[in-house]
Ligand binder design. Structure first.
Ligand code: C2O
Ligand code: CU
Ligand code: CU
Length: 511
């Protein structure tokens, strides 16, 4: 029996596969190093009729061969694992039908999309097995790389883990005229990064232990678009990667194995004002970035996860070592075979991408405080403690309860009633010793500050998910545009799916 800690230790020693369980490694000895062409999710533009674009999606069970000759039972959307990349334009009227062919209820949420509450796909819109859900909305937002995924009450973690997720691309006139690489699958590549655990039969393992759910479920085997050991053959001198952290709980720190720079062009919900040159960028679960990578020349290189230095925060208890190990792992994400185009052919990086209307702090009509907590009871649960008893039992994490403002997700409780059109500042305070990626449905926000300091250049754009550092805080500002719906709430939550499932979620209503 391989313990989790042994597995994590071996992470430091392995390559493409972060580390495979022993039995599987034996089964596929040749494959743990052999690369496979990166799978590109099918592009789905739906059908256009009478001024409406319609998509037809079906949730289904099947088997996927991640390892050659090994069948892994999985779920997918119009396929066996993950779903097609949906593509739509600002201004279009969209109809989607989602048919549930699974044997349990589910729902799909359009993450990053500004849609009416009834079309949003939160836990209140459940699709029973065999039933069909038909959301409709008008696209009202700039070009962006969004995504969709299962959002079932208490079951988002396991359903996404099995495969219920996909990308969603919004186009607009600005993106048409950007001059950016935009040939899907050729020089415009979606990357859905996820980590999984396989057992000796090649089946996914979704751990159920308390500590896995406290830290969030993290795997030891990396998949990109459902490809094990992926390799991308670039065809142009400049390649655009639309990167989604689709993991349940793991943060990635992306960089290139050569140490070369890349250019970030977009945040979660649209373009930055101008490209930001970077050597690394942190992506927490649910966040997206679009980056441009120089793919001239002939030397293969890799998109890698860069280990972060040991965090200078007071960990203690059972999870201390586990979390530190996870923060420190180096592993490969994607091999890139460059285009072979001569290095003197200079790729053009645009100078300006868009203009953002910054929301001044004084424009806010209200300020709210959101406290992210893991603990036992209201008042004592958050923070490091959770009481002396909890500390002894769960290493200072205060038990298995995840809360916001002293409360576990309660479908009958509305945390905030917001008047449509108003602008609000939310201060998100992390009272725990681990990072939480905080996500708000519907709105695209701007980060005012983190721990009192201005946001990073890579975050100076519209966002829907933000890295809230351990024992730190972030202030965001957003305009909550209509239409309101007094009967249907929107969610806000931690995007570590196990935290969401276990209660670190709340609701607001737009009236
Ligand atoms: Cu991506 Cu409420 O979720
Ligand atoms: Cu969302
Ligand atoms: Cu969390």
């Amino acid at each position: 029996m391989v313990t989790r800690r042994d597995t994590l230790k071996s992470l430091l020693l392995t390559g493409m596969v972060i580390s495979a369980p022993n039995s599987l490694r034996r089964l596929n000895a040749a494959e743990s190093s052999r690369t496979q062409p990166l799978k590109i999710p099918a592009l789905e533009t739906g059908t256009l009729a009478f001024g409406e674009r319609s998509f037809s999606l079906s949730l289904q069970a099947g088997v996927t061969r991640f390892y050659q000759d090994v069948e892994t039972p999985t779920w997918g959307i119009n396929g066996t694992y993950l779903g097609p990349t949906l593509r739509m334009r600002d201004g279009e009227n969209i109809r989607i039908q989602v048919q549930n062919g699974l044997d349990e209820h589910s729902i799909l949420h359009w993450h990053g999309m500004n849609v009416p509450a009834r079309a949003d796909g939160g836990p209140h819109q459940r699709i029973e097995p065999g039933a069909t859900w038909r959301p409709e909305f008008q696209v009202r937002q700039p070009a962006a790389s969004c995504w969709y995924h299962a959002h079932t009450m208490h079951r988002s973690g396991p359903q996404v883990y099995r495969g219920l997720a996909g990308m969603l691309i919004v186009d607009d006139e600005e993106s048409d005229q950007s001059g950016l690489p935009s040939e899907y699958g050729v020089d415009d590549i979606p990357l859905i990064i996820q980590d999984r655990i396989f057992d000796g039969n090649g089946h996914f393992v979704y751990p159920e232990r308390m500590q896995d759910h406290m830290a969030g479920v993290r795997g030891n085997t990396l998949l990109v678009n459902g490809t094990l050991n992926p390799s991308l053959r670039a065809q142009r001198p400049l390649t655009r990667l639309r990167v989604l952290n689709g993991a349940n709980a793991r943060n990635f720190t992306l960089g290139l194995s050569t140490g070369a720079s890349f250019w970030q062009i977009a945040t979660d919900c649209g373009y930055l004002e101008q490209p930001v040159e970077l050597k690394q960028i942190v992506l927490t679960p649910g966040e997206r970035v679009e980056i441009l990578v120089d793919t001239r020349g002939t030397n293969p290189f890799k998109l890698v996860n860069i280990p972060v230095p040991e965090p200078n925060i007071p960990y203690y208890g059972l999870f201390t070592d586990l979390l530190r190990e996870m923060d420190r792992q180096a592993f490969d994400i994607l091999e890139i075979q460059p285009s072979g185009i001569a290095a003197d052919h200079q790729p053009a990086i645009p100078e300006r991408l868009t203009t953002i209307a910054w929301l001044p702090e004084q424009s806010a009509n209200a300020t709210r405080t959101i406290r992210l907590q893991m603990g036992n009871g209201p008042g004592q649960g958050g923070g490091l403690g959770g009481g002396p008893h909890a500390r002894r039992q769960y290493g200072g994490w205060g038990g298995g309860v995840h809360k916001i403002n002293g409360r576990e997700m309660d479908p009958a409780y509305i945390e905030a009633t917001i008047i449509a059109g108003s602008t609000e500042i939310w201060e998100i305070i992390n009272e725990t010793p681990m990072i939480h990626p905080f996500h708000i449905h519907k709105v695209h926000f701007q980060i005012l500050d983190r721990n009192g300091a201005p946001p990073l250049p890579s975050e100076r754009g519209f966002k829907d998910t933000v890295n809230v550092p351990a024992l730190g805080s972030v202030r965001i500002i957003a305009q909550f545009t209509g239409p309101g719906d007094p009967l249907m709430p929107y969610m806000f939550h931690c995007h570590i799916l196990e935290h969401e499932d276990h209660g670190m979620m709340g609701q607001f209503i737009l009236v």
